[in-house]
Design a protein around this ligand. Sequence first.
Ligand code: DN4
Ligand code: BGC
Ligand code: ZN
Length: 361
Amino acid sequence: MLVDAILTDAPKGGVIFSKIEVREEDFPVTLKPIYTGICGTDRGIVAGSLSFAYNPHGYNRLVLGHESLCRVVSAEPNNYGIKAGDLVIPMVRRPGTCLNCLAGRSDNCSDGNKHEAGITGMHGFMRSQFGDYPEYLIKVPEMAAAKIAVLTEPAKNVEKAMEVVDIISRRSIFTDNQGSFEGKAALVIGTGSEGFLYAMKCRDYGFRTIVTNRHSIDETKVGILSRIGAEFYDYTHDTGSEKQGFDLVIDTSGDPATVIRFLRKINNNGILLLFGTNGKAPGALMNGDDIDLIVERNITVAGSVDGSRIHYERGLQDLIKWNAIYGGAAERLITGYASPGSTGIFTAKPTGEIKTVISWE
Ligand code: DN4
Ligand code: BGC
Ligand code: ZN
């Protein structure tokens, strides 16, 4: 089938809006995207800095896009309740053959043989039409959620990562004597969409939540943080004395020097969660004192990637909740809309962007 698509050549990079002939299998469901979100991963692929990205077998190009809200155009009868007219979110990962993949947890794929739409060996969702299977579609229950549902995919990463934090935090008494995180502080590095979603989730847990970057942020971003009860600080103005004592540090920057900087400010039994990826970031040295600190303070360093069906479902629920309790905070994360042909959006991040969404209708 010949479709309009946003294409790259992974892992080299580049981006064009063009037609591509995709050899479609006989998919039982046909989808048209309404919105597709652009994330740091897409820009990393376009910049050629994510060496793990690759084209589908037999193609010298990859259709980008893994964040999408779609309309079902047609669906064969199925056991998943998917029918023509439904709003759905297609899942990013498709299982390989390892035990985690077989058990429905391809987010924990143990041999790397899974595929990811728009990232690793599978065409993504930034095309005018595509086919899929009902088992990889998350139903969006109500029209009220339609505006924010495109954020479900990035939100699912946060839900899974915080589940990892839950598991790690059980290694010691991590809460106060009421079982809450109220007395604890979380630092989120980075002010992109994932940073904001982490900040909202950290507030749900009761963490004092601090978000940081290497520059100041505009009023829109300050406004959202204030709605959710989180603080911002520009760490380049940190004197080294006031901001420390974090129990949870979440990095969405992928910058080694920044990660090490804040590793040094983590409390006993604290957690460093690595999430941002940027293979082209300059290296930074960890020294012997850093290793001693990780050991002596019982610090856990963890990575987290992707999420499974349950995380998509929780992510959508949380987005609806955050939008309601924080005065539209979830929909405020969408700071701009672009057309499929404006590919410059992949190489130049608009000032103040949290999430730019491509509109396909
Ligand atoms: P994004 O919108 O590019 O956000 C990255 C944020 O980090 C931006 O606000 C950056 O600031 C900020 N940043 C960059 N360098 C530094 C630094 N040295 N110090 C402080 N802040 C810095 O990307 P996103 O929010 O869509 O995704 C965040 C990252 O997570 C990306 O690297 C993705 O590839 C990765 N990711 C991982 C998973 C997963 O593990 C899922 C989705 C995304 P500025 O550029 O705005 O100035 O499952
Ligand atoms: C996606 C994840 C994917 C990851 C790969 C992210 O942008 O949201 O589903 O596993 O990229 O690094
Ligand atoms: Zn993403």
